[in-house]
Design a binder for this molecule. Structure first.
Ligand code: FES
Length: 244
């Protein structure tokens, strides 16, 4: 992991309170699907962890939602502005799996890291299904991008777009199967852990240092309470059934 002063290439609104930012940085060469970076916004004490959505040569994409002052300031950044970043952080997804059928499940702002993963799985010629859940129609993003590489199914909580309900019910209705890769709110990931045995979930946690030093993000092993993990350094990706 390294620090870099990245340069904003593009920063645009893509859904309700949701922005897609493309950054020029040589750190993109070190990144892998499922990892994240810490972003230091001017005037903010703590750096903010944001997952990596797409990795290119010398640039990468993040998608973030405005949830406070820091992300609000980020949304006002313009082309050629400089942004201090630190990373890549975390372990990322294991894409070296023998399974041919892959089922990718994303919820809300947990969707972005799954896009790079889906691209890599498509490149490996895996059979891909992507299921994305959002609260409302105006919160939906990345649908067209996923459509280019995979079958995609969308649910919204209020039924304003796609299937009305949650991703688990949609998966059951469509009888979708495969090795699971999921990222989203804890409630969704817990439901996935109750319904499926094989695969990976990328967990969120409150973070401070982002590098495994402060223990702000510790969670317990599901089977042995004497074992604990730091979500930032040992995760954020864990096997289904690994973490409480
Ligand atoms: Fe400091 Fe994870 S955020 S150990």
């Amino acid at each position: 992991m390294k620090k870099d002063l990245s340069i904003v290439l593009e920063n645009k609104n893509i859904a309700k309170d949701t922005y897609k930012m493309t950054l020029h940085s040589d750190l993109s060469g070190l990144m892998k699907a499922g990892q994240f970076i810490n972003v230091r916004v001017e005037g903010q004490l703590l750096a903010r962890p944001i997952s990596i959505c797409l990795i290119k040569d010398n640039s990468f994409v993040i998608i973030y939602k405005i949830v406070g002052e820091g992300t609000s300031k980020l949304s006002f950044m313009k082309k050629d502005d400089k942004l201090e970043i630190f990373g890549p952080l975390g372990n990322g997804f294991n894409t070296d799996v023998p399974d041919n059928d892959i089922l990718i499940i994303g919820g809300g702002i947990g969707v972005p890291p799954l896009y790079q993963l889906a691209r890599e799985m498509a490149f490996k010629k895996k059979s891909l299904n992507v299921v994305l859940g959002f609260n409302t129609r105006d919160a939906v993003f990345l649908e067209e991008e996923f459509k280019q590489i995979s079958a995609i199914f969308i649910s919204t909580v209020d039924g304003s777009y796609g299937y009305k309900g949650n991703v688990i019910d949609l998966i059951k209705q469509k009888s979708l199967k495969g090795l699971i890769y999921a990222c989203g709110p804890s409630k969704m990931l817990n439901a996935i852990e109750s319904n499926f045995k094989d695969g990976y979930v990328s967990r969120e946690a409150r973070m401070a240092c982002g590098i495994g030093a402060c223990m702000a993000c510790v969670c317990k092993d599901k089977k042995d309470e004497n074992i604990s993990y730091r979500v930032c350094a040992d995760g954020p990706v864990f096997k289904i059934g690994q973490v409480l």
